[in-house]
Design a binder for this molecule. Structure first.
Ligand SMILES: NC(=O)c1ccc[n+]([C@@H]2O[C@H](COP(=O)([O-])OP(=O)(O)OC[C@H]3O[C@@H](n4cnc5c(N)ncnc54)[C@H](O)[C@@H]3O)[C@@H](O)[C@H]2O)c1
Length: 383
């Protein structure tokens, strides 16, 4: 048995995603379980090196979790040959420059989405990474959600027949921050700081649609700012310059049509914070973060439109819960494990920086569609 340590520079670990999902639930969880089993008795133990701007926060975090190394000096960590992977979960606007620097230093790259602030920037990162011959990847966590894994299982099992449409509802009320504090960081609501729901969520919709139903061929979107003023972390009012809701229609290769509403100005009247209803000739499903319910054509009722009578049946009760039939771990951790296997064992991996650029492309074209009020073709990207 060999035990190998993999040092990973983790930048942005004081943030929401960096801390909870990537550091605690993925890398530290792997470390604490004794490492990643690579087969043949070999084990890979990840060792995080915390990188950030605020020394005291990093120091406290390192002490709390038994992490030996932390630094506020990105240059020094990138110059350290024992660090093999650079991970980035900083605010979006800071990502491109840091990732570029890490590629130049020869590190493998793994980062949050969106990979850049423009398509051009994201594509450049993908090209640089390929030219440098390093391994690279982007977080596409929604693919690993239990609800979507069950949806994928239904698709692969032929449950739907021909898939006609996908209707997605994502969002919840993000408090303005005046009389109740906001539950998301304020930069998300300032365009000049890399915020906006299109840039945040369309990269997710791109890979969800692409992987499960077909590549997005066209996009038509209306992005808007419903709440123009918000209050920041210091309780100061600011102009919300970024879009906080987007209503998008996507035509997919294979003929299905997807329509996804994304909003931080909507109150939840669903079972989960995101839900996708998929309708096919042979059956339909509603998948959320964890659950998935189905209705087969053989069990489809025959409602008749008659507003003069009260509803006589409970439509929600006519759906059947899809069983788990498997253990679902944390999705971020599952993807980390695959990335580490890709780095060490050269196992296949498709969620690379070009995939990241496709996400940014959909966001950019979605915003352009909204500005111009028209449907826009989404060309296939290549390096
Ligand atoms: N995969 C997902 O589901 C998901 C969900 C939310 C956010 N994200 C992405 O993760 C990234 C981080 O989002 P978050 O919600 O964790 O943000 P956050 O504001 O909570 O954290 C941001 C991190 O970046 C650091 N940072 C570096 N430069 C900064 C600067 N100039 N200003 C402010 N902070 C700076 C902060 O110190 C902090 O560690 C974003 O790119 C976002 O798009 C992904």
């Amino acid at each position: 048995m060999t035990r190998r340590t993999m040092r990973i520079a983790m930048n942005g670990v004081t943030g929401r995603m960096g801390y909870r999902q990537h550091l605690v639930r993925s890398i530290l969880s792997l470390r604490d379980q004794g490492g990643l089993d690579l087969g043949d008795g070999d084990v890979l133990v990840p060792e995080p090196v915390l990188v950030g701007r605020r020394a005291h926060v990093l120091k406290t975090m390192a002490e709390q979790h038994g992490i030996e190394h932390w630094t506020t000096d990105l240059d020094s960590v990138l110059a350290d040959p024992s660090v093999e992977i650079y991970f980035d979960a900083q605010v979006t606007a800071a990502r491109e420059a840091a990732v570029k620097q890490a590629i130049a230093a020869g590190k493998h790259i793994y980062c949050e989405k969106p990979t850049g602030t423009t398509l051009e920037g994201s594509l450049e990162l993908a090209r640089l990474a390929e030219a440098a011959g390093i391994k690279h990847g982007v977080v596409q966590d929604k693919l690993f959600l239990p609800g979507l894994l069950k949806l994928r299982r239904l698709i692969e099992g032929g449950f739907f027949g021909r898939i006609l449409s996908v209707r997605g509802e994502f969002g919840y009320w993000v408090h303005e921050g005046d009389w109740q504090s906001a539950q998301r960081p304020s930069w998300n609501y300032r365009a000049q700081d890399g915020g906006g729901i299109v840039v945040d969520m369309f990269p997710h919709w791109e890979y969800v649609l692409h992987e499960l139903f077909g590549r997005v061929r066209t996009v038509q979107a209306l992005a808007t700012t419903h709440i123009p003023q918000r209050w920041d972390e210091q309780d100061k009012p600011y102009d919300a310059t970024a879009d906080d809701a987007a209503y998008g229609i996507f035509e997919l290769e294979g003929g299905a049509v997807a329509q996804i509403n994304s909003s931080w100005a909507v109150r939840v009247n669903r079972d989960e914070l995101v839900e996708f209803q998929v309708d096919g000739t042979h059956g339909s499903a509603v998948a959320g973060l964890r659950e998935c319910r189905v209705q087969h054509r053989s069990a489809t009722p025959k409602p008749v439109w008659n507003p003069d009578l009260p509803v006589t049946e409970s439509f929600r009760d006519q759906w059947q819960r899809v069983p788990d039939n498997a253990e679902f771990g944390n999705g971020f951790k599952a993807q980390w494990e695959l990335f580490l296997r890709h780095v060490v064992l050269d196992e296949p991996w498709r969620w690379d920086l070009l995939a990241g650029a496709r996400g940014m492309q959909l966001a950019e074209l979605g915003l352009r569609s909204s500005e111009q009020g028209r449907r826009i073709e989404v060309p296939e990207l290549s390096l």
